[in-house]
Design a protein around this ligand. Structure first.
Ligand code: DLZ
Length: 163
């Protein structure tokens, strides 16, 4: 994967050695969410997160991502949580409710807990746009979520060292 596949600066990714990363994946639209998961896992491994330190959990849909992330944060065993889902507008009248619910829920967790929750939820107009962002022509947003997780873990380490 080249640098242009990422929206972030991917030339300076912190090492994930010793990091524990939990990933919660929605089953809804599994073709897309599994592609996002593959992107996230391979990017974490490429950046030295040990396989046994990548903890994967599945939930029925995007709406359940907030609850699962909260449980993980409550038991405090991960340095970051990545949530992966996709909501496709054309397929659901619930689009706005699910998107608002998960966005606000994950934002609230980021305020309440010390460990970051990384938002890897696609909200697209159709399947083609989702495929484009799940390993297609616009890269893999799961990989980007993994980079964001590593950067935020590093950020927290920096902050705690400054104390
Ligand atoms: C019910 C529903 C619908 C209509 N659409 C989606 C979707 O596009 N993406 C997704 O991840 N989940 C969807 N769901 C399921 C909800 O996220 C949730 O699982 C149910 O409302 C049960 O709480």
């Amino acid at each position: 994967m080249s640098t242009k596949d990422f929206s972030y600066d991917n030339t300076n990714i912190p090492s994930g050695e010793d990091a524990v990363v939990a990933i919660v994946v929605a089953e809804w639209n599994a073709e897309i969410t599994n592609a996002l998961l593959n992107g996230a896992v391979s990017t974490l491994k490429k950046n030295k997160v040990a396989e046994e330190d990548i903890l994967i959990y599945r939930v029925p849909g995007t709406f359940e991502l907030t609850h699962a992330a909260k449980q993980i944060l409550k038991y405090n065993f991960a340095d970051a949580v990545i949530v992966l889902g996709v909501v496709i507008q054309g397929e659901t009248r619930h689009f706005d409710f699910i998107c608002q619910g998960v966005t606000q829920g994950i934002t609230q967790l980021n305020i309440e807990y010390d460990e970051p929750v990384i938002f890897g939820v696609l909200t697209t107009n159709n399947m083609e746009q989702a495929r484009d962002r799940a390993g297609g022509r616009l890269g893999n947003k799961g990989s980007e979520a993994a980079i964001a997780a590593l950067k935020m873990i590093d950020f927290n380490l920096d902050i705690s060292e400054d104390e």
